[in-house]
Design a protein around this ligand. Sequence first.
Ligand SMILES: *Cc1c(COP(=O)(O)O)cnc(C)c1O
Length: 377
Amino acid sequence: MKFATELIHGGNPIDPEHGSLSHPIYLSSTFAQHSMDLFGRYDYARSGNPTREALEEAVAGLEGGSTGLAFASGMAAIASTFLIFAPGDHLIVCEDVYGGTFRVLSTLFKGWGLEVSFVDATDPAAIAAALGPKTRAIYLETPSNPLIKITDLKGAVALAKENGLLTIIDNTFMTPYLQRPLEFGCDIVLHSGTKFLNGHSDVICGFAVTADAELGRRLRFVQNAFGAVLGPQDCWLVLRGLKTLKVRMEESQTSARRIVAWLGEQKAVAKVYYPGLPEHPGYQIHQSQASGPGAVLSFELVDYQTTKRLLEGVKLAAFAVSLGGVESILSYPAKMSHAAMPAAEREARGIKDTLVRLSVGLEDAEDLIADMQRILG
Ligand SMILES: *Cc1c(COP(=O)(O)O)cnc(C)c1O
């Protein structure tokens, strides 16, 4: 099946009992058993629920994985994944990793004994230099947040395989429609499904997908033991949101390209970060591993006053945290996604106080441009 067909029919078979096209929502915490010797497929809903399973299979299928697991948030998926490691293990993590991932690693997991080196993952030599005897995994985001840096997945996977490491990638920005890291040999794909996968700004959820079934079993053990599962009603909303993933991504991406072209001509805009720009240093690599630049871009304004006027003055794009919804969202990384990062650390990583990030939704691109033009004029 091609991607669009898989979105509609994968993991979401027509209900064999009554023929409902929409997957039933099983609001049950437990399932009655008929035999002392053989329990049925479901016993307790933390361990498994038919609605969650339909969603898990759908997301696994889209990423080309064998196992998919749905969690209560992107952070729950990410933190649960870190629990497959043991105290004393060492991870190499891209330095402009999502702020919440940085926070959980530098506080809770640091206290627990997980060692982490944050490196500029766009530089293969920097990844190699961080390798140590206890290194167990490389953790990446490409494009990264909010500076839209591109990491060579095939290069990272080759290095990981040579050294017996897992490669873990947060694929939230691209979605499997544009980038399928398991095809390049990555081991675990993570998502904040809150963003493009659900796409309607009405659910907090996360996913982990593995290619290898044994690794999938290890993660499933954590999912059940730690218990940060996604509830069946939210699972149903995501099943519905997923069906339009392709059309949403295509439309938002087309608008993002137009907006990037417009931003490039504005005097008030100092710099635009978007992997669809041929002058982007990661352009070639991105082209080789993803089928499009996506719908998230960042840009720097000429000064702080202009930045403030834009963020407080736009009417169409919401000034808010998050991305990947049908509504465009303009966010301010220094005080939002990266607020958990100390100011010095943030500056060192190039996240200036004139940087804004735009997630392009489904409004008409001309309206979005006119709204910003009014302020940047
Ligand atoms: C939002 C986000 C997360 C965290 O997901 P939640 O669903 O908010 O817990 C992780 N990674 C990236 C890249 C994100 O954008």
